[in-house]
Ligand binder design. Sequence first.
Ligand code: NDP
Ligand code: 2IT
Length: 449
Amino acid sequence: MADMKQYVQDVLDIVKKRNPEQVEFQNTVYEVLSTIVPALEKNPKYKEAKILERMVEAERIVIFRVPWQDDKGETHINRGYRVQMNSAIGPYKGGLRFHPSVNLSILKFLAFEQVFKNSLTGLPIGGGKGGADFDPKGKSDNEVMKFCQSFMTELYRHIGPHVDVPAGDIGVGGREIGYLFGQYKRIRDAYDSAVLTGKGLTYGGSLARTEATGYGLLYFVKNMLDAKNISLKGKTVVVSGSGNVATYAIEKAQEFGAKVVTCSDSNGYVYDPNGIDLAAVKEIKEVRRGRIKEYAASHPQAEYHEGCKGVWTVKCDVALPCATQSEIDLESAKALVANGCQVVGEGANMPSTLDAIAYFQEKHVLFAPAKAANAGGVAVSALEMSQNSERLSWTFEEVDGRLKDIMANIYQNAKKNAEEYGDPDNLVMGANIAAFVKVADTMLAQGLV
Ligand code: NDP
Ligand code: 2IT
C-alpha cells in the first residue's frame, strides 16, 4: 500500500509543479487520486504504464481570442478555451461555460471530472470542457449571438461529431447552443447534428435533455435512500441555484413528495416556508432572465436574503447544491449538520470543498458525489448523439426511462466498488474507482498514445 500511496503523492507533486496556482485543478486531481490507491494496488500495471501521469495531462488544450461588438458598436475581447482531456472511451464530451470567473484552472478541473463522470455513464464518451470569460448577464440576445458566432468561428476547427461534442453548462443554455449550432453549420456547410448537444427540439435536440441533470440527481439520491429505507416524502430540502440543474432538481424533488424551501442565485437566496413555487421561478429565470430576488416581491410569505452562502444555514433534511463549485465550505457543512441535514446530493460540479466532504463523511451524512449524481445531463447528451446518428427522436418516456436506468446503474456500480474496497457507504471512493478502472483499462488496451 505504501508503494501506491507514494506513487499517488509523486503524481500530485508533479501536478502541483506543472500547474502552479491552478488550485481548482490540483484539488480535483487530489480528490480522485487520493481515493483510488486500493485499485492501483490491485493492478500494478497502471503504475508501470504511467497511467496517472498520462491522465493528469490533457491530450490537447486550445486557447483563443474571441472579439465581438456590443449593440453600441464597442469592441470587446474575451478569451475562449477548449480542454480536450481524455478520448480513451469516446470523443471528448462536456459542456461550455460562459462566466466571468472562467479560467484554465476551472476548465481543467471540470474536464478532469468529466472524464470520470462520462466513464460512469456506461456510454462511449471521453471527457472535455470549454468556455469563455464572457458574462451573458445583462447582454441583449443580439450581443449573445454575436459572441457565440465569434466563439464558434474558432472553435469549429477543433470539434465534430466524432472528435469533440460540446454542450451547455453555466451561462450556456438552449439560446446559446442554437447560435453556436447555426454558426457551425454555416462554416462547415454540413448538417452535423451531433456536433453539439442540448439542441432545440426542432433541430435534433432530445426530449428530457433540459430536465436530465436535475431529474438524474433525484433518481440517484432516491436510489441511495431506498437502500437505507428512507423516503423523500415529507423531507425538507434546501436547494442552491436557480438555473437549469436547480430548476429540474426542485421539480423532481417535489414530485417525490419533498418540500423544497429554498433556491438562490449569485446575489442571494429565497426561503419560502410554504415550499418553492416552481412556476414562478421558471417565469423569473427562464422567461424574464431576472433575479431570484423578484420571487419575494410576488410571494409575501417568502424571505429574500442577500448573499448566497446563508442558504446552508436553513434547517433541512436534505441539501442539494446546484449552483457552482466550492459553494459548501467546511463552515457551511458544519451548519448543515448542526441543523439536522442527513443527506447531501451534489448537482453542481465539486460544490463541496475537500474538507466539507471529509466532514460529511465523518458525520455519516449520506453523500452523493457530483461525478456520479449529476451524470444524468451528459448521459442524455450521449442519448441525443445516438438519436442524431439514427436520425430519429425518442419519446420523453423512452429517454426518461433510460435516464432512470443509467442513474440506477451508476449508483449500483459506485456502491459495489465501495463495498468491494471495504468502505460500503463511501460513494466518493466507489464512484472514483469504478470510473478510473474503466478509463485506465481502456488506455492500457490502446497502447502508449
Ligand atoms: P445555469 O447557468 O443554468 O445556472 C447556474 C446557477 O448557479 C444560477 O442560479 C447562478 O446564479 C448560480 N451561480 C453561478 N455561479 C455562481 C457563483 N459563483 N456563486 C453563486 N451562484 C452562482 O447553470 P447550470 O444549472 O447548468 O449549472 C449549475 C451547476 O451544475 C454547475 O456547477 C455546472 O457545472 C453543473 N452541471 C450542469 C449540467 C448541465 O447539464 N447543465 C450537468 C452537470 C453539472 P446567477 O444567475 O446569479 O449567475
Ligand atoms: O458538467 C456536465 O456534465 C455538463 N455540463 C453537461 C455536459 C454535456 O456534454 O452534456
